[in-house]
Design a binder for this molecule. Structure first.
Ligand code: GAL
Length: 391
């Protein structure tokens, strides 16, 4: 079952949300992306929301945490926000702590989607509902809902961008070389991104229009543990050294997100002998990547408005805490100023299909960056021409 609603875009509202979120960044953070916990808020009818984020070392999760915290606090809820330094054992401990603190609901973005069944079993026993945030948590019947973006479409947009830039449909006998960099195998999203892109590009590989000199076209061969920039860079340096040192031209590098795109861009700068500009994709709109797009080093990013993901999570969590059983009607009753669909088909976590609220990702390039990111209030543009995220 799918339901969709489009309400006209209310710039002022988004600006207000964005501005409100500005400066709400969690205190107690460590500069090296370490674990941290912040507690605050007055508590609506004594209710507390436990938020477990994966890491501060990847830019987007800082924005997610800060938007979520601000959203709930503005409605009078108390918030406990933890970051687990990309360490799965740490996230288990952090969630145990939130359960011990008797939070009323948990919002969890998993580090390892397969590693939370036991601790979330404890949440279920304690009657604490769990929203799986952005990444689907696998093999547990303790989660009630999933809030994310349409992850398959993220990959599809990346693949389509490469297809269109290389004009693959009109390539004739011309061939192009491409390499793939995927995400973290522990993150259920990573497969969706990779498959979305591959489904667009594989027909051209099969036809011979696209060649993959490394031969690495399986997700497992292209994956990047923890979405780590240095890991992506090293793998790509090896690929360039092994398959491109003899003057072979690299035309496109499909990267599933911005942190891996950064590593691939660094590898190309240091180890690629060719003079052509390589098409490089990404995802998230991280500031360093937007700078690279302005500077012509990265071609595009798929932007996900995490401010809106926080809004959906808030309204969903409030409905659950009020004892409702939200479904597609949450979309119409909430009157969100952005697209969202209710999907009860696409995400099976191994215990059954998880009802999902999915937001819509957007392609951002140098050409539409100001319109999509600055005019909408998500970023400000500095006098140096580079963008800075609000919130
Ligand atoms: C994914 C998320 C992406 C990206 C990546 C690295 O789960 O959907 O937006 O941030 O993790 O953290």
């Amino acid at each position: 079952m799918k339901a969709k609603k489009i309400v006209s875009f209310v710039l002022a509202g988004i600006m207000a949300l964005s501005m409100a979120a500005c400066g709400s960044g969690s205190s107690g953070s460590s500069s090296n992306g370490g674990a941290s916990k912040t507690t605050s808020g007055s508590g609506k009818a004594g209710k507390t929301v436990g938020i477990s984020m994966p890491t501060k070392s990847l830019e987007r999760w800082n924005r997610d945490g800060s938007y979520l915290k601000k959203q709930f606090e503005d409605k009078g809820y108390k918030v406990e926000l933890t970051y687990s330094d990309n360490k799965s054992a740490q996230q288990n401990n952090d969630i145990e702590g939130l359960i011990a603190d008797k939070v009323d609901i948990l919002v969890v973005a998993a580090i390892d989607g397969e590693a939370l069944s036991q601790v979330l079993g404890q949440a279920k026993e304690a009657n604490i509902p769990v929203i799986s945030y952005d990444r689907l948590i696998m093999n547990t019947d303790s989660i009630s809902y999933y809030v994310s973006f349409d992850n398959y479409t993220v990959g599809k947009l990346q693949g389509e961008y490469i297809r269109d830039q290389l004009d693959l449909d009109n390539a004739g006998d011309k061939t192009y070389n491409i390499e793939f960099t995927g995400g973290d195998p522990a993150d259920n999203n990573a497969g969706f991104f990779f498959n979305g892109a591959m489904d667009v590009l594989k027909p051209y590989i099969d036809k011979g229009t696209l060649k993959v000199p490394s031969g690495q076209t399986e997700f497992d061969q292209c994956a990047t543990a923890q979405w780590d920039t240095a890991t992506a860079m090293k793998r790509f340096q090896n690929i360039l050294g092994s398959y491109y040192s003899g003057g072979t031209q690299l035309d496109a590098a499909l990267c599933s997100n911005d942190s891996t795109a950064l590593g691939v861009t660094q590898a190309i700068e240091s180890d690629y002998a060719g003079k052509n500009s390589v098409i490089i994709t990404g995802q998230d709109g991280d500031e360093a990547n937007l700078k690279n797009i302005v500077d012509g080093k990265q071609s595009m990013t798929v932007y996900k408005a995490v401010a809106n993901e926080a809004v959906v999570t808030l309204d969903l969590a409030v409905a659950i805490m009020n004892g409702e059983k939200p479904d597609d009607k949450l979309i119409s009753s909430s009157g969100w100023s952005f697209d969202c669909s209710y999907d009860t088909d696409s995400y099976d976590n191994g215990t059954g299909k998880i009802p999902s609220y999915l937001l819509v990702p957007t392609v951002v390039t140098k050409d539409n960056m100001d319109k999509e990111l600055v005019d909408t209030g998500y970023y400000t543009k500095g006098s140096d021409g580079y963008l800075k995220a609000v919130g």
